[in-house]
Design a protein around this ligand. Sequence first.
Ligand code: MN
Length: 250
Amino acid sequence: MKILLSNDDGYRAPGIVALYEAIKDLGEVDVVAPEHNNSAKSNALTLHSPLYVHEDANGFRYVNGTPADCVHVALTGLLGYRPDLVVSGINNGANMGDDTIYSGTVGAAMEGYLFGIPAIAFSQTQKGWAHLDDAARTARELVQSLLARSAQSQPWLLNVNIPNLSYEQIKPFKVCRLGRRHAAEKVVSQTSPHGETMYWIGGAGAAKDDAEGTDFHATVQGHVSVTPLKVDLTDHEGLALWAATLQAGR
Ligand code: MN
């Protein structure tokens, strides 16, 4: 089994180091990850400046680009082979509900999925890396149980959030839908030393839909949320309404 491992927090982040250590004996694991923190870069690709790949002493390769850049470069020439699985994370903080739209952790996994390769994005629900080794051990179990399924003809994409709990406290995997968040907090403005107004994007909003069956609900209960994702953004329920609306117009 060949696994491509990436993340969005950067190749030195504790989350990717712990996940590498946890899964390295499951197959041939290659790390290609961003040089710097690229959280919230979603699926962005760098098209107007060159990308460079360097190798750290531990064998991790790092790229001066986004998470999607890393996976894209790896799959389109750098690796020289097609991995069986793309794994991303473990992210420093939750990627639940609307977070998945912005998440670079999900973006890296999604890039693999778009290339037809099964992919998993792992996040811890709280920032700060508490119980990271327990999360890595839990992630390993899921990777191991799904390796056999990676040979399926249809690729799949899973978004996984692991509560920051001890291994014994972590409850079983729970398949759930994404919840929803309230709108993000207000932008924070400050005055720069040069007298200009600067803006900091505010934090993510609290959960708005955390009903039973959502990732928010499962992780608060101590479960590991597992959400299968798809990429088609079409509003399928809206197709007929829009067709009727536009037909009436001309
Ligand atoms: Mn991140």
